[in-house]
Design a protein around this ligand. Structure first.
Ligand SMILES: *Cc1c(COP(=O)(O)O)cnc(C)c1O
Length: 361
């Protein structure tokens, strides 16, 4: 087997190696049943136990109150862009959105198909280099909810705290769920594609307050009603069995690390190493404004695009992979989610110093 490299990929992203090793065994023969995990009926008692445990662990780690449902859906985080307004905005009700990057822009486009959408803030003119301060926008009184993307994966910005409003919050936490402690009770709905910070692609977790299940208009297709999945414990149809299992294994790993509060502490320290390296020189420039910096995706530029290309290639030669920034902003991006090892960050910082030294006189 090839040695594993440090994989800075934004998603699908690095998973704990012990999870991958366990999964590779369970896929062939799950718990001595003689049947591989992905060959097993989703209604078997073995798989039902897996799904139950995954949900229970998520509830425990995120402290999800009992009046919230946890759903395991397909269609990616992107399907939530339309499912949310379809279910919650009924006959053209209003919602407020904060436009902080590609993922919010896509969500706004879909929401406009169903509701009256008020975009209360946008940082598009400055290449989405920041998120708003709490007093920088207004939420209309007749808005049903305030929608925001907690961590902007592409631009490397993150809400340092959550919007200070009495309105129900709805948030895309695809790239920072479980990375820090949050108060779920402020939210009507939280969703996250698993493939950034929680597991493999294939499952999207939706955490929804129970009373919202009743808002869906009657002419909504069955598969697109949250209630359909809530009523059947995400087993209305065949769920993404492998992805749910793997999320469960990641959650077990996370619990062993000390839980979400511990992760938050580790993430702050880890990202701090990189930001310190960026701030200590003019050779590297961070894309995000300091107050909006993400602990998950660290975006930066070098003096020229040519140097960036060389930097990314040379890094890959020493096992630092996937540092190319998203095509929409270029530059470099180090995605350092929960499962990304600290040693990889240290190695990147060393490489940054050495690269700079060999390119300046
Ligand atoms: C990756 C990502 C998405 C899209 O996820 P898919 O599962 O590919 O649809 C949405 N929002 C955020 C914040 C993301 O990082």
């Amino acid at each position: 087997m090839v040695d594993r490299v440090y994989n800075f990929s934004p998603g699908p992203a690095t998973l704990p190696v012990e999870v991958l090793e366990q999964a590779s065994k369970d896929v062939v023969n799950f718990k001595e049943t003689g049947i591989g995990l992905i060959e097993m009926s989703h209604r078997s008692k073995e798989f039902m136990a897996v799904a139950d445990e995954t949900e229970a662990l998520l509830r425990e780690l995120m402290e999800i109150p009992d009046n919230y449902k946890v759903l395991f859906l397909q269609g990616g985080a992107s399907s939530q862009f339309f499912m949310i307004p379809m279910n919650l905005l009924g006959d053209g009700k209003k919602a407020t959105y904060l436009n902080t990057g590609t993922w919010s822009k896509k969500a706004i486009k879909e929401a406009k198909l169903f509701g009256d959408i008020d975009v209360a803030f946008s940082s598009e003119e400055t290449s989405f280099n920041r998120v708003p301060a709490v007093d920088e926008y207004n939420v209309a009184d007749d808005s049903e909810f305030l929608y925001f993307v907690s961590n902007n994966t592409i631009y490397g910005t993150q809400f340092p705290g959550f919007p200070n409003t009495d309105k129900m919050l709805v948030s895309d936490m695809s790239s920072d769920i479980l990375s820090r402690k949050i108060d779920v009770t402020k939210f009507g709905l939280i969703f996250a594609g698993a493939q950034k910070n929680m597991g493999p692609a294939g499952v999207t977790v939706v955490i929804i307050r129970e009373d919202l299940l009743e808002r869906t208009p009657e002419n909504t297709p069955t598969m697109l009603c949250y209630k359909t999945h809530a009523d059947k414990g995400s087993m209305f149809n065949t769920p993404p069995c492998f992805a749910i299992y793997a999320v469960g294994e990641v959650l077990k790993w996370l619990k062993k690390q000390g839980g979400v509060a511990k992760m938050e502490e580790i993430n702050k320290e880890k990202a701090g190493l990189l930001y310190q390296a960026i701030d200590s020189t003019d050779f590297y420039r961070g894309h995000a404004e300091t107050a909006s910096r993400s602990l998950m995706n660290v975006t930066f530029n070098l003096p020229t695009p040519e140097l960036e290309t060389e930097f990314i290639a040379k890094a890959a030669e020493i096992g630092l992979n996937g540092l190319k920034g998203h095509r929409s902003i270029g530059g470099c991006r180090a995605s350092i989610y929960n499962a990304f090892p600290r040693e990889g960050v240290v190695k990147l910082v060393e490489f940054m110093k050495a690269f700079e030294a060999s390119h300046t006189d």
